[in-house]
Design a protein around this ligand. Structure first.
Ligand code: ATP
Ligand code: MG
Length: 342
């Protein structure tokens, strides 16, 4: 019997197919024991009349393999299209969004050479719960949902992540000076769970000054946990200051299923040109390999990818006007470096 792990793969829209082909080629060359099952999601599916952007039989593959490697998709503008990301997170119970933000200075120039933080964002509750009402033609309302079980789950995940990954501090962001009940509950649960982890340093910042501190002194942070909407905003700020949105990957974790992706969008402006940076999806795939119990292959790919950057081989988004390579050349450069010493 094959020991290959079945995974569900979606090539997505825009630059999606280009960066997915690159990533799968690298996984194969590195000897990842995976058996990809391809599903169609995104623009084509939306436009064929399925407003969720995903076909019914794609769920069968996702529920069976429980592991999803997903390229970015385009949501058509206007019309009644829902966000497929929100649909997938809720349907598969992916409660934790894990986004590492690392500086690769001096190989990728940034203003923050010592940055190495992980944002852990609650992924199902808060203002994303979709509880919106129109009260009168001129008054609309959106309800913020924070639950004790949801808060306990994400905060415990953050502390367990810190322990497992040898991280020293967990910071909580909230706005409980204003939202005393909702954010107050999140902060209270944080303090309760923190007391179970005396080995880990803890701190709390009000969200506005917290994000300002990420932008100014990101090196002061380690693991940061926060409710959904704050996590969305904070993680874009953190990713941007590492040098390019094309670099970072993310994991969406649930009790049964998990989804891995790049943090950026489908970049329609450069789609089809063969110049996209596949690094974000490669980093998502590295997190996937660790999740499915293939950490050696993950490490091998990570080292080869780092070596590629160290050797000054950049796609256009990183080279910023200097000499650059295309997606295919970057992919081959990573494959050439598999197994080399970092
Ligand atoms: P979406 O709505 O799908 O999230 P967006 O408008 O937020 O899309 P992105 O698709 O993330 O934006 O693109 C933002 C900018 O970054 C674009 O100019 C795009 O070309 C560039 N970009 C994004 N990803 C990459 C990548 N992997 N390689 C090179 N450039 C990228
Ligand atoms: Mg975007």
């Amino acid at each position: 019997m094959s020991k290959k792990r079945a995974i569900t793969v979606a090539k997505g829209d825009g630059i999606g197919p280009e960066i997915m082909d690159s990533t799968l080629k690298i996984l194969q060359a590195a000897g990842a024991e995976i058996d990809p099952e391809f599903i169609d999601i995104g623009e084509k599916v939306y436009l064929s009349g399925q407003s969720s952007g995903i076909e019914d039989d794609a769920w069968e593959s996702l529920r069976r393999t429980k592991v999803f490697l997903k390229a970015p998709i385009t949501t058509p503008q206007g019309g009644g299209y829902k966000s497929l990301n929100v649909t997938i997170r809720k349907s598969l119970g992916l409660y934790a969004n894990v986004r590492p933000n690392i500086s690769y200075d001096p190989f990728v120039k940034t203003k923050h050479p010592d940055m190495d933080l992980v944002i852990i964002r609650e992924n199902e509750e808060d203002l994303y719960a979709g509880i919106e009402h129109q009260q009168t033609p001129e008054v609309v309302q959106c309800l913020k949902l924070i639950t004790r079980p949801g808060s306990e789950k994400i905060i415990r995940y953050a502390f367990e992540y810190a322990r497992k990954n040898n991280r020293k501090k967990v910071t909580c962001f909230s706005k409980d000076n204003i939202m005393k009940l909702t954010d107050g509950l999140f902060h209270k649960v944080f303090n309760e769970i923190a007391s179970e982890y005396p080995d880990i340093e803890t701190e709390h910042w009000i969200i506005d000054i917290g994000i300002a501190k990420i932008a100014d002194t990101p090196q002061d942070f380690d693991v940061i946990v926060m409710p959904n909407l704050y996590g969305d905003i904070a993680s874009d700020v953190a990713a941007q200051i590492t040098g390019s949105v094309g670099l970072a990957g993310s994991a969406n974790i649930g009790d049964q299923c998990a989804m891995f992706e790049a943090i950026h969008g489908s970049a329609p402006d450069i789609a089809g040109k063969g110049i996209a940076n596949p690094s974000g999806l490669i980093n998502g795939a590295i997190m996937m390999l660790v999740h499915i119990g293939q950490p050696e292959v993950a490490g091998k790919i990570h080292n080869a990818w780092l070596k590629t950057l160290e050797d000054g081989i950049y796609t256009g988004d990183i080279a910023k006007g200097a000499k650059s390579v295309n997606t295919k050349e970057f992919t081959e450069a990573v494959i050439d470096r598999l197994g080399q010493k970092p």
